[in-house]
Design a protein around this ligand. Structure first.
Ligand code: PLP
Length: 425
């Protein structure tokens, strides 16, 4: 599709946008008395206006019923984690039994590594992406040490080719093949937090399985952003946070996926708590642990109702908007954003796009490297009412998202980048 670099054109796309009405259902941060151009959904999604009402229901039940709210609340708290499972299954492409909202991302990653990183004999290594998010690296390194092994020897970190910002799928597959007898696990981000590269999770999983390794993904930057088919791809496990594209609030509840092929495998080690125990008999308080037999078996504690109420408010909007509409608009926004950035490059604004340009290899986020001018351009954009995300050295990450960003936001930010560059010259 050919695009145009003009406000009128962007406004035309906004008029035709099926999801346009959702923007009014979010609080848009204000800068200088106006709506900010908020491009930080990859860091913290905006607050749905319905959150307060969802919280109010639970606070009222707590106030009015006390402990009885567990059973007699409008949404009985004993089962609160069930209320988001169906929506989550649509968001990550799973069946309902394979997903549950629980805990927090790094803690969940540890729980899942307990199950899916089982070094044995020669098969002790973990393959990770280039420069993973530090928390993932720390978690993986500490798990390797927990097994009495040396992270330097056991963690294989992918490297992009000389002069290239992102990884080639063929190189990932070749590395899996190279270490085929030694790999215990392939553990990647679904979308790379820094470059915005969307990895080919289906092929990576198939290649990992072909050599006898597990495949797991941190979907912090993928869930709610790109179409996922975790069940069909046979992904072993995944975890994510909900405060980015899933708009469920700062430090919000995390989520996990465990493929059903592992649900009945009682040989798989797992850390246990009472919320992983068979729900029907949980309150018999018996000594022997009986697994839920679903992804819920990985739950330890009772459901964090306040955080889940926010999550529920948010995922209900995803259901209402429809995942296919969300993904289609996400692609449209990202393609228009890329077009505008390439237009600026052709007009002589000197910066690099670190994110792959192929549509199948990116989600909403573009990472732009402005080199030594990065900080001053970023600061100018901030003064002009753009909320984006800064990463050393010189990289600005921006992610227009389907439910509250417009095509006009993208055009305006492109114009601001252009004028900021001209002022900096
Ligand atoms: C890719 C990725 N992994 C892990 C984390 C850490 O998340 P948490 O602090 O919720 O454990 C983040 C946080 O932004 C992230 O982006």
């Amino acid at each position: 599709m050919t695009h145009e670099f003009s406000l009128a054109y962007a406004q035309g796309l906004d008029k035709a946008d099926k999801l346009a009405s959702f923007r009014d259902r979010f609080f848009i941060p204000q800068v200088n008395g106006q709506d900010a151009i908020y491009l930080c959904g990859n860091s913290l999604g905006l607050q749905p206006k319905s959150v307060l009402q969802h919280l109010q229901v639970e606070l009222n039940d707590w106030a009015g019923l006390g402990v009885e709210g567990h059973v007699h609340g409008k949404n009985p708290w004993l089962y609160y984690h069930h209320f988001t499972q169906e929506s989550l299954s649509r968001i990550v492409g799973a069946n309902k039994k394979e997903v549950v909202a629980m805990g927090s991302l790094t803690a969940n990653l540890h729980f899942l590594l307990v199950s899916f990183y089982q070094p044995k004999g020669k098969r002790t290594k973990i393959l990770i992406e280039n420069r993973p998010f530090p928390s993932d690296r720390y978690a993986i390194e500490s798990q390797v040490r927990w097994h009495g092994l040396d992270p330097q020897a056991e963690i294989i970190e992918m490297k992009s080719r000389e002069g290239e910002a992102f990884l080639r799928t063929e190189d990932i597959l070749a590395t899996i093949e190279q270490y085929k007898d030694e790999l215990a696990l392939v553990m990647f981000g679904g979308v790379h937090f820094y470059t915005g590269q969307l990895f080919d999770m289906a092929r990576i999983t198939a290649a990992a399985h072909a050599v006898g390794a597990f495949a797991g993904f941190d979907l912090a930057h993928a869930s709610g952003n790109v179409e996922l088919k975790l069940h069909d791809w046979n992904v072993d496990f995944a975890c994510w946070c909900t405060y980015k594209y899933l708009n469920s609030g700062p430090g919000g509840v995390g989520g996990i996926f465990v493929h059903e092929m592992h649900h009945q495998n009682e040989m798989l080690p797992r850390l246990h708590g009472w919320w992983g125990h068979d729900e029907a008999n949980r309150f018999k308080m018996e000594d022997r642990f009986v697994s839920m037999g679903t992804a819920e078996a990985w739950q330890l504690s009772n459901a964090p109702v306040v955080a889940l109420a926010v999550h529920k408010a948010s995922v209900e909007m995803f259901d209402e908007a429809g995942m296919q509409n969300i993904f289609a608009k996400g692609k449209q926004l990202s393609n228009y954003f890329l077009f505008c950035m390439q237009y600026l490059q052709a007009a002589g604004v000197p910066f690099d796009i670190l994110t792959p340009t192929a549509e199948s290899e990116r989600g909403c986020q573009l990472s732009l490297s402005f080199h030594s001018q990065g900080r001053s351009i970023f600061d100018q954009l901030t003064r002009d009412g753009v909320i984006a995300d800064w990463r050393e050295p010189g990289v600005i990450r921006m992610a227009p998202v389907p439910m509250y960003n417009t095509f006009s936001d993208i055009f305006k930010v492109a114009e601001l980048i252009k004028s900021s560059f001209e002022n900096n010259r």
